[in-house]
Write a protein that binds this ligand. Sequence first.
Ligand SMILES: [Zn+2]
Length: 465
Amino acid sequence: MLGKPGGVPCYCMSLHPLPLYSRHRALAAGGTPQTSPGGSPRRRKRLTPSPRNGDPPVTCRYYLPSRCFSASSFFFCRIGHRRAALGAYIFEEHRAGPARRCSFRPQHSMSDYTCSQTMRDFLRELPKCEHHVHLEGTLEPDLLFPLAKRNNVSLPADFPSSAEALHERYNRFADLADFLHFYYIGTNVLLLEQDFFDLAWAYFQRAAAQGLRHAEMFFDPQSHTTRGVALDAVVGGFRRACERAETELGVTSKLIMCLLRHLPVPECLATVQSAQPFFESGTVQGLGLDSAERPFPPELFTECYEQARRFQPELRLTAHAGEEGPASYVTTALDLLGAQRIDHGVRCVEDAALVARLASSDTLLTVCPLSNVRLQVVQHVRELPLQKLLDAGVPFSLNSDDPAYFGGYVLDNYVAVQQAFGWSRQTWARVAGAAVRGSWCDDKRKTELLDQIERVVAKYEAIAD
Ligand SMILES: [Zn+2]
């Protein structure tokens, strides 16, 4: 059974042609992708409709295989189209051609190594630093409902009526449009300073319970200011949660403001201008670049980074690069933006000279294993070049990216890596240590965390696995 005429069939267990997404329709008609119903386009990777490497322009006329959107991997299989997209823009190139067997396979059920209870305990206790988590991606159903009620935000009539029901619903997204439908309803409940505080505080509590000790967190001001929410409310709420986390949970943190690279550069520059007081005061300590890597290479944002650095010479700089984009994006982020670390960056291994450079300069990569699987960067965690990076001496940290949507918080990512690589405790101590050393906290805090790692490793040395 095939899709409609001209469609590409999906052979992943069964065939369920779905209606075309509206964006596909718009593109196929030569139109322009529109902003999502929630207002602000979603910060994301892989959102782009761009032809790449000389590929033909997008002309999507085909159907999407619904069986490829399971709870464990609700993105696309690869059947003759390029890859899935997620976010405000849904673009996919479904190429005509002979039917091929779908390459989709369940992800999380495929463990190469067991992770014993002792190892889980060890990983939980291991002091962890997280450098790649988008605060907007931490909004859990348990918080969404109270915020909607408090802000008198009406939820759609067909919206699940409880957090439990919504959790359950998140486990069975039918497709990307389905996911986005829920995502934007979630974003819309964030209006007041207290909402942003509650969002970040909920993240801190969850992650601290998993052994988080230091977090450097992204936020996307453009996702909120385009809805009329003041930047003061966003930063003020997040900052207050950071202070409480340090006092009550012992978790130190920093805020990194990200630019949505799929938006026009002048808009991003205006966002940098509006954040001047926060840069100057040190309330926001870093600048990042997220959303679709293609076709928005780092060099487009050179002026934004230069302007931000003029406001605050001590500002820390990072950028998403080398996840979807090629290794050259990592190089240009380093050379032209002055990035001091790279978010994702896993495609650096395609360039041996770049790997050597990252190793010799101790440039941290903030890798997100579960996110990479969910977004089909790799089919399985084991395919990530983590061992290769270790062997080459490239430092990296393990991070949750958007934990409310992508299957887990920081410890869940550690466990998934353990199940894929079966590392020793000493190797884990090395990984955790690299995360500490690559953090932007001061030397005193780094020494504290490194000492804590030593103590946890010593404690578990006497415990058989
Ligand atoms: Zn990210």
